[in-house]
Design a protein around this ligand. Structure first.
Ligand SMILES: *Cc1c(COP(=O)(O)O)cnc(C)c1O
Length: 495
């Protein structure tokens, strides 16, 4: 299968798309077509392990990888003891019509591990296949969770290095500590004076800068991206939508072919887009419910067809969703535009020049057929954490709670009682102070470790080992830079 850029015609293999990260014209790589998974095939997934399910889905996209290569990469990512749960992405029943798909059992306690444990292996193979002998230098902008997941995925992987930019005051204490204590000889972590959008824009500009590529080339390095714009992030995320459906079938919660909803806490639109790709492959998905926090640019977009960044940026208790420019939306727009790259160029140009674009009523209606957008503010989010705990004995993190609230609102507004899966993206212990305060009104003075202890005592849910260990690890990364000095900071880090 080949892959196109959303902004033009360029046609590359899977390994080339993964190696490049972003297309030379600034577009994102999308599959030439969506491989179909038949209903019979879907049923056979029920008896498979997560590794087998992953291989079955991945091989449909990664046609220039051998089956053996895919199996080995999948085993390296999900097979060893890197995930704390044997099912990798277990599905837990919350009530008669609602399930949680838990994607936070990986080494960094957030769903980013699902893809970032696999991506380094895919990237190493992609470099090999394309005769790339230079060091593949990964640049990442993070709103909190991607950074640590990328650092852990790439740490000490030969032939690669990983540099992470995070917004200085835009991540939680635990997220920051997780990053700045990272070991490994090939990792760098730099704080940017700005918010996530500044960091993301800065990284995109570095990818687009010939001068910067040349400088890095002189150092024997080539650039790639581990952000969710990389195809190698997207494809592994398609897997768990199939896996969740297979588990629902296995639990006899649904009949074969019966549609389900997925409600996804959304920031950069990568997770939910993978759900859309699964739907395009034939997974019986009714609605994809796009849950935002107070930075609700996507809620407005799905209601009006107008994407506008003329709005205040809010820091919320779900920081990984504090995003105004959702990069992966471009891949959905490409489908909405009937795969017309020139329309995407126009809209992205308008977004850059004027901060907004409109897709028009017809296309907005087309999207509304599948997508529903709504949002939750901090108060809704805290109330949802408490309600879920009291009603179902289930503990949400603040990101997942945004989805929990939005699903309730969706059901109220539509009366739709389709079985629904809430995509659960982080361990509550990653945001223990806010979760504790939602349950008890006490946030342990904002101290994440004290809060974790108290949360464990209050709920009886064991604190993950990673949180416990974090307190003792030495800080290894202290670099900072201004938002317009990110290129220099990378060059300095490697000098
Ligand atoms: C990254 C992240 C999200 C948002 O996912 P996108 O793919 O960016 O939409 C939601 N919750 C958590 C915990 C995350 O780390």
């Amino acid at each position: 299968m080949s892959f196109f850029s959303t902004r033009g015609e360029s046609c590359v293999t899977a390994s080339q798309a993964i190696l490049r990260g972003i297309a030379p014209d600034g577009g994102l790589y999308v599959p030439a077509m969506f491989p179909a998974v038949s209903p019979e095939r879907l049923t056979t997934l029920t008896e498979m392990s997560y590794e087998k399910r992953a291989t079955a889905v991945l091989k449909r996209f990664l046609e220039d990888f051998s089956l053996r290569e895919i199996e080995d990469a999948v085993h390296a990512a999900y097979g060893a003891d890197r995930f704390a749960h044997p099912d990798i992405a277990p599905l837990t029943k919350l009530d008669g019509a609602t399930w949680a798909l838990e994607l936070f059992h990986g080494p960094t306690l957030a769903f980013k591990d699902m893809a970032l444990q696999l991506l380094p292996h895919l990237l190493r193979l992609s470099a090999e296949k394309n005769g790339e002998t230079r060091e593949v230098c990964i640049l990442v902008a993070t709103s909190g969770d991607t950074g640590k997941a990328a650092l852990e995925g790439f740490r000490d992987v030969p032939g690669t290095s990983c540099t992470v930019f995070y917004p200085l005051d835009g991540v939680s204490d635990v997220q920051k500590l997780q990053m700045v204590t990272t070991g490994g000889s090939n990792t760098r972590v730099i704080a940017v004076h700005g918010n996530f959008d500044d960091a993301q824009t800065g990284v995109k500009e570095l990818f687009g800068s010939e001068a910067f590529r040349e400088e890095m080339g002189k150092k024997g390095k080539t650039l790639s991206s581990a952000n969710s714009i990389n195809l190698g992030r997207l494809v592994p995320q398609v897997v768990y939508y199939f896996s969740a459906y297979a588990d629902l079938l296995k639990q006899h919660a649904i009949a074969a072919g019966e549609p389900v909803n997925f409600c996804v806490p959304t920031g950069n639109f990568g997770n939910i887009l993978a759900g859309y790709y699964a739907r395009m492959m034939g997974l019986p998905v009714n609605k994809l419910i796009c849950a935002s926090n107070r930075n609700n640019v996507l809620t407005d977009f799905f209601r009006s067809g107008i994407y506008s960044t003329h709005r205040t940026f809010f820091k919320t208790i779900s920081p990984s969703m504090d995003i105004l420019v959702s990069s992966n939306l471009e891949r959905l727009l490409y489908e909405a535009a009937d795969r017309d790259g020139s329309l995407i160029r126009t809209w992205m140009g308008q977004l850059k020049e004027c901060g907004s674009y409109s897709v028009g009523d017809q296309r907005a209606e087309w999207m509304a057929d599948v997508f529903w957008g709504d949002c939750a503010d901090n108060k809704d989010t805290l109330a949802e954490i408490r309600k879920r705990w009291e009603q179902d004995g289930y503990l949400f993190d603040p990101h997942t709670a945004v989805a929990g609230h939005v699903l309730r609102e969706y059901r109220k507004a539509t009366g739709d009682d389709t079985p629904s899966v809430i995509v659960s993206t982080a361990s509550p212990y990653k945001f223990a102070a806010d979760v504790l305060s939602a349950l008890t009104g006490d946030n342990a003075g904002g101290d994440p470790f004290a809060a974790s202890e108290k949360l464990q005592e209050y709920t009886g849910i064991p604190m993950p080992e990673q949180v416990r260990k974090l307190r003792e690890l030495p800080v290894r990364h202290t670099a900072e830079c201004g938002r317009d000095r990110m290129g220099e900071a990378v060059l300095e880090a490697f000098s």
